[in-house]
Design a protein around this ligand. Structure first.
Ligand code: SF4
Length: 278
């Protein structure tokens, strides 16, 4: 290997190392990464279904939610769309901001779910205008033990959904309607969801996500006030105030019934298309 080639190899190895280090960012590193990098992630991984497919796959389109490969290293776009990044502001009910809100949740006894919880699960992720805020129903066993949202089997599938969207978990904010685990993972009762909703409303108003995704009927009903199921609410863009929102199936439903994967992917593509257009 001559000297010039050796120098090129060394430069390429150095560039790859920088990319890999950037990819291994700590999830707890708030606020979220720079907008350019996040936007580039959407640009480069936006439409897996449009990729040319091998002949053997022509009978059935690929299932992006089965994707298990790690995210592809991404380069910032030359002209990324500019998003206005909002720093979370206190709300009138919670003048201490997100910290006060989380503290109030930790000591909350407003509904019976506090009696059996191990930990409250407030939510986590990017707090400065995340690209997407996912809202689920409530914590399960793993979440109750760790105090973190979506870390069990459903959380692993949600992570794959996020990657398939060209995003990273740290580009998003993840929360639930109820912050305490319902016994036996039951659907939260209306009075329990109603008692906890002021916390979620305050979270949304402080964090100001660019897009809301309601995962499952419980989250959709609590946020929209509708009593319709996911099948009737999905497939179109709703609004929560001035925030666009889609309703789709909860990852737990996808784990039970793979037929929900395709409509879910269609819903997530709507989110991606809207984010790309901004
Ligand atoms: S579920 Fe919500 S309202 Fe009920 S005790 Fe927990 S934090 Fe309070």
């Amino acid at each position: 290997m001559d000297e010039t080639m050796a120098r090129h190899v060394a430069e390429a190895a150095s560039a790859l190392r920088r990319i890999l280090l950037a990819e291994s960012g700590d999830l707890a590193g708030l606020p979220c990464p720079p907008g350019a990098a996040r936007t580039a992630a959407i640009d480069s991984r936006a439409a897996p279904s449009n990729r040319p497919q091998p002949a053997a796959d022509t009978r059935r389109a690929p299932d992006p939610l089965r994707e298990t490969r790690p995210p592809v290293a991404r380069q910032p776009s030359a002209n990324p769309p500019q998003h206005q990044i909002a720093i979370p502001q206190p709300s009138p009910e919670f003048p201490g901001g997100l910290e006060e809100l989380a503290s109030r949740v930790r000591s909350c006894t407003l509904c019976s779910l506090h009696e059996s919880r191990t930990n409250t699960v407030f939510g986590e992720g990017c707090i400065t205008t995340p690209q997407v805020m996912f809202v689920g129903e409530g914590p399960g066993a793993d979440e109750d033990l760790t105090g973190r949202p979506f870390v069990g089997a459903s959380g692993q599938l949600l992570d794959r959904m996020i990657v398939a969207m060209g995003l990273r978990r740290e580009d998003c904010y993840i929360a639930n309607v109820v912050k305490c685990r319902p016994p036996h993972d039951a659907t939260p009762l209306p009075n329990q969801a109603g008692a906890c909703m002021p916390f979620l409303r305050a979270q949304i108003s402080m964090i100001k996500p660019q897009f809301l995704v309601a995962l499952g009927a419980s989250a959709a009903n609590a946020i929209t006030g509708s009593q319709d199921g996911v099948a009737r609410l999905r497939g179109r863009i709703h609004r929560y105030g001035d925030i666009p929102m889609v309703v789709t199936y909860h990852p737990a439903a996808l784990l039970r019934n793979a037929d929900y994967k395709r409509p879910t992917w269609t819903d997530l593509q709507m989110v991606m298309a809207r984010l790309r257009s901004e």
